[in-house]
Ligand binder design. Structure first.
Ligand code: ADP
Length: 283
């Protein structure tokens, strides 16, 4: 049996460290001075409005956004040119669902990085993919085209692809976006189970009450880190005002800190004097 590295049992060195990171695209910074750590076993949610830099943060860890200053360290070493064992689940909206590929083929793609340039897979790799599909409850869908699946099944397929290389860190971009309430809760339970099986998770979400309020630790972004802590520590009126630029009342329900939704009266037409009332549902 391999001996774990010292930090894995002493818990001293974080798995992921961002130190004064400034990153973006085409020479323009989308995020400034980002400092935070993710320890082995953590489950961290990145929260913030649209355009606040949530996806960019994941891309900078993956090496697909430009880093202008600071360091991104994985296991104490700069991610730079290395290929650290990080699994990534992109936003479902960014995937081309017409691409002619089956569930099994998508999951096998997760092995390509380790397989180098060989255009075939070993028997053990097929077994790993089938084992992962079974673990995530999608084995019966193996031969189906990905377009024929429900949103929850599609999310599980891309989770399986990310997990089949046994990553030490799993990055997910809006894993519950576009899912109905029941499917969203199933995905959150699945992530909770994986987290209890030693999968370290860093994920983005724009859903405060439905998702972030249930996570053990959240980081609130708006071009920089505004606050981090438990949801109760981060969901305060001053922090939310800084993150969202609006007065957002906070309340508690069954011991959980939640963000209150106040109705907005928009679209008052002067000619008729009719007020169209809309409820803001984004939080
Ligand atoms: P979020 O995920 O919080 O919605 P993003 O990280 O996608 O925010 O975007 C942060 C900023 O970076 C935005 O101003 C966005 O326009 C810009 N941005 C995102 N992706 C790119 C890209 N590929 N090229 C140039 N600018 C980008």
């Amino acid at each position: 049996m391999l001996h774990p590295k010292p930090h894995e049992y002493e818990g001293h060195q974080p798995l992921l460290q961002l130190r004064g990171v400034c990153c973006g695209y085409g020479g323009k910074a989308a995020l400034q001075d980002v400092d935070f750590n993710v320890a082995r076993g953590d489950w961290v949610g990145i929260l913030g409005p649209s355009g606040s830099g949530k996806s960019t943060l994941l891309k900078c860890i993956l090496g697909s956004a430009e880093v202008y200053a600071g360091d991104v360290l994985f296991d104490g070493e700069s991610v730079g040119r290395k290929r650290p064992r990080i699994g990534y689940v992109p936003q479902l909206e960014t995937i081309d669902w017409q691409f002619p590929v089956t569930v099994e083929q998508v999951v096998m793609m997760g092995r390509t990085a380790e397989n180098g340039w060989f255009p075939w897979f070993k028997k053990s790799e097929h077994e790993a993919a089938y084992g992962m599909m079974e673990r995530l409850g999608i084995l019966r869908l193996a031969r189906r085209h990905i377009r024929e699946l429900s949103g929850g099944e599609q999310q599980r397929v891309f989770l399986a692809r990310a997990l089949v290389c046994n990553p030490r860190l799993l990055l997910l971009d809006e894993p519950t976006s576009g899912l109905d309430i029941k499917t969203r809760d199933e995905i959150l339970h699945l992530l909770d189970e994986l987290n209890h099986q030693d999968v370290t998770i860093l994920m983005t979400t724009h859903e405060i009450n439905a998702v972030a309020a249930h996570l053990p630790w959240v980081v609130a972004l708006n071009g920089r880190v505004v606050a981090e802590g438990t949801p109760a520590e981060v969901f305060t009126a001053p922090v939310l005002k800084e993150v969202y630029g609006a007065e957002i009342p906070v309340t508690t329900y069954q011991g959980m800190t939640l963000v209150a939704e106040s109705p907005h009266h928009l679209g008052q037409t002067r000619a008729s004097g009719i007020i169209h009332s809309h409820t803001h549902n984004d939080v």
